[in-house]
Ligand binder design. Structure first.
Ligand code: SF4
Length: 497
């Protein structure tokens, strides 16, 4: 059966063990939750997943519910192995333990060596996700016809930028939902107790558990997605609807990040569905399948490898000198304090579910913080704590790099700053909002439109050498009312918009 394998709470699937008989060590450390103010449903999900895993492994699992990891390890008294953990902090911790053998990471499609070989082959060129994705597809022969991509094109995103459906309805049926059991009840009671005792505090609502905590539940959600939602995934993946927060998204990221699903297995299943559908004469839209595969095998893996490649100091980059604190209403997910329809709705969804899809994250929440100059490291913590799928490795590259442009353009060639016009095009929010997306001054000035120009004005010197920003910055000089817009935005600061 081999050495006992210590599995962290994000390493709970069978692929983190060497075989079905290998003994496991699971540790529920209360210090992890006491250190930070997580979304209540995130704490619930992690504890529920750990306890379900311990129950399923039965005698094979040595399960400790303790204050700290160190306490449990000191009790174990036998040699252990662990798959490389997922943050710099936990990596330092396991490497400092002589009783723990650290193995290569699992839970991703490409290995560190694959990434290193690809990066070395790029020489001094930028490490772009698109190129990484193509390399991974060739290496694993996914959606390929010989040396060429299926359908002749690598990326079909042009077909995946449609605005919100005009009828306000989701393009996919309601997703499958898990049912809670007695382990969830115990978790809920424990969290209530710890919170009442002042040992922990949470944000967000408690609520019925929406995301899988076992391998079986994760497979059920995957099957539901492949059967009923995958075909509709692509076209509206960037859209937002006020009454349809799931749209055709897979809702699989928490299951991936708990380690319940093996991403290569998922990608191969999606490909098989596509090939079967073609053979049956009812082909699934390739833009949907390719878009999903790229999210799992391209984007997720790329963000993981870049987390390590960019080094531990990457998190403290602050190219745009953004130094405002996260305001209390945002930290507390207080949607009722916010008038802006888009931001209030997204914040309300996040409070209720601990999840919104990536466009509200990037273009509503991230865009707001970018425009107002909120400290990118603090925003990274906020995303990590507020989302059920948030992990250190996910959020550093995504928030510091993609969302807040604090790396000066390593991950994305230009900042994801957008005015209300973008949100108006991609959602149904503006019609019911007290603001007007076309206005930058006046009582009904849209905070995103005013914020966009104020952001460009504040960062123009730093962005001047970015050729992709030339036209937007030229637009600044044509605004006769710029001074008034900037002055008003400075006065407003991070008051709830
Ligand atoms: Fe959001 Fe502005 Fe549209 Fe209101 S008008 S929903 S604040 S983008």
């Amino acid at each position: 059966p081999g050495t006992r394998r210590w599995c962290f709470a994000d390493q709970l699937g069978p692929h983190f063990l060497d075989g079905p008989q290998q003994p496991a060590l699971l540790i529920e450390s209360r210090a992890v939750f006491a250190r930070r103010r997580f979304h209540r449903q995130k704490a619930h999900l992690v504890l529920s997943a750990l306890r379900h895993c311990a129950a399923e492994l039965g005698d094979r699992a040595d399960f400790h519910q303790v204050g700290t990891y160190g306490e449990a390890l000191d009790r174990v008294g036998e040699p252990l192995s662990v798959c490389a953990p997922t943050s710099w902090r936990s990596r330092d911790f396991v490497l400092a333990r002589p009783d723990v053998q650290v193995l290569a990471a699992r839970g991703f499609v490409s290995s560190r060596a694959d990434f290193a070989a690809w990066a070395a082959g790029r020489g001094r060129q930028r490490l772009v996700m698109e190129d990484f994705d193509r390399d991974a597809r060739r290496r694993h022969d996914v959606l390929m016809d010989g040396a060429r991509p299926v359908g002749g094109r690598w990326n079909l995103d042009e077909e995946n930028r449609q605005p919100a459906p005009a009828d306000g309805r989701s393009p996919a049926p309601e997703p499958w939902w898990p049912e809670e059991d007695e382990i969830d009840e115990e978790v809920r009671a424990d969290l209530d107790r710890w919170e009442a005792a002042g040992d922990m505090s949470f944000v967000g609502d408690d609520g019925p558990r929406l995301f899988p905590v076992t391998r079986q539940e994760a497979l059920r959600r995957l099957g539901d997605f492949l059967d009923f939602r995958l075909g509709a995934f692509g076209p509206h993946e960037d859209a937002m609807l006020s009454d349809e927060r799931w749209l055709a998204h897979s809702l699989l990221s928490p299951a991936f990040n708990l380690g319940l699903l093996d991403p290569l297995d998922v990608v191969l299943q999606a490909e098989q569905r596509y090939r079967d559908s073609v053979a049956d004469g009812k082909p699934l839209p390739l833009n949907s399948v390719e878009g999903f595969v790229r999210q799992v095998m391209g984007w997720r893996d790329y963000i993981w490898h870049m987390y390590w490649h960019l080094g531990r100091d990457f998190r403290s980059r602050n190219f745009l000198a953004a130094d405002r604190a996260v305001p209390d209403w945002l930290a507390g997910l207080d949607d009722a304090a916010v008038d802006a329809a888009c931001l209030s709705d997204v914040l309300g969804d996040l409070r209720r579910d601990g999840w919104v899809h990536y466009i509200p994250r990037l273009m509503v929440l991230g865009n707001y913080a970018l425009q107002r100059g909120i400290d990118p490291s603090a925003m990274t913590d906020w995303f990590h704590e507020s989302f059920v799928d948030g992990s250190e490795w996910v959020m550093v590259a995504n928030v510091v790099g993609m969302s807040q442009h604090a790396d000066g353009g390593v991950l994305a060639t230009k900042p994801y700053a957008a005015s209300g016009a973008y949100i108006d095009r991609m959602s149904d929010y503006c019609g019911s909002c007290r603001y007007d997306p076309r206005k930058r001054l006046g009582d009904d000035a849209c905070p995103y439109t005013a914020g966009y120009w104020a952001f460009l004005d504040r960062t123009r010197d730093r962005l001047a050498s970015n050729h992709r920003m030339r036209r937007p910055l030229q637009g600044l000089d044509r605004l006769a009312d710029l001074e008034a817009v900037v002055e008003r935005e400075q006065r407003r600061g991070t008051k709830p918009p």
